[in-house]
Design a protein around this ligand. Structure first.
Ligand code: GLP
Length: 243
């Protein structure tokens, strides 16, 4: 794992956006794994700047979001679809048909998970997977205890994750219980992974993720085993003895 510690959250956003830009410049037809959440908001903003000011193009890119809430309407401002389009995809030169998220209104969510990972395989697999991290170490919606072999699936959102995000869910007017998420196995298949964490509240979980044992109790700790993962943190989120 390559670990990069920046002084400020803004520097993290820029460094992370540069990683995405590097990917797109070296392979314009890249398949990007996208995330939503408060952490990646700044990354999306910085990426939009690089798109507008430096001509970093998404014209050949394909995107797959890591997760989506089951049962939240796609045009609801709280859905991952609405947010990723608003924050990023609507503002760049990507082809709309190249932007993918699980269908939040599928009749059979397990089947939707199967279809979704098949679409990723057909696109050639994910080149760069962008991830935030939950306070309990979840990546995507792979909650503690999820086996590392798990493929895309319907995840029950843990009580802990619901309460950590209670304010966001209340504001957004959604009460999700389940999500369709890529599994750890799908995430580990990405050729490169970029994990971003900011703020003192994430320091404890980042210490476990980076320095603790690899365990399903801390899903993100599996990234220690991935051959090409970059972790970008601000100094508040960085464990004191960062390697
Ligand atoms: C959410 C998502 C994750 C996200 C994480 C962190 O619940 N399932 O994909 O990375 O939690 O969110 P935040 O960046 O708001 O802390």
């Amino acid at each position: 794992m390559k670990i990069v510690v920046k002084q400020t959250a803004e520097e993290v956003d820029l460094a992370a956006a540069r990683e995405v830009a590097r990917q797109l410049l070296s392979r314009p037809e890249s398949v990007l794994g996208l995330s939503t959440g408060s952490t990646v908001l700044g990354l999306h903003r910085a990426l939009l700047r690089l798109h507008r000011e430096c001509g970093v193009s998404f014209a050949g890119a394909v995107t797959f979001n890591v997760d989506e809430y089951a049962g939240v309407a796609p045009d609801h401002p709280g859905s991952c679809r609405f947010r990723i389009f608003e924050q990023l995809l609507n503002q760049v030169d990507i082809r709309r048909e190249n932007c993918h998220l699980p269908d939040s209104e599928a009749e059979d969510f397990e089947q939707e998970a199967r279809l979704y990972e098949r679409r990723i395989a057909q696109a050639g697999g994910i080149d760069l997977q962008i991830l935030g991290i939950g306070m309990n170490g979840h990546i995507g919606f792979n909650e503690p205890g999820t086996p590392f072999e798990r493929d895309a699936h319907v995840a029950v959102i843990s009580e802990r994750s619901l309460s950590d995000k209670a304010e966001f869910y209340k504001k957004a007017g959604i009460a999700p219980r389940k999500a369709v998420t890529l599994g750890i196995r799908n995430i580990m298949r990405a050729r490169r992974i970029l994990l971003v964490a900011k703020g003192a509240a994430k320091r404890g979980i980042m210490e476990k993720t980076l320095l603790g044992p690899v365990t399903t109790e801390v899903p993100a700790s599996v990234l220690q085993l991935h051959p090409d993962t970059t972790v970008i943190l601000d100094s508040a989120a960085a464990p004191l003895n960062s390697p």
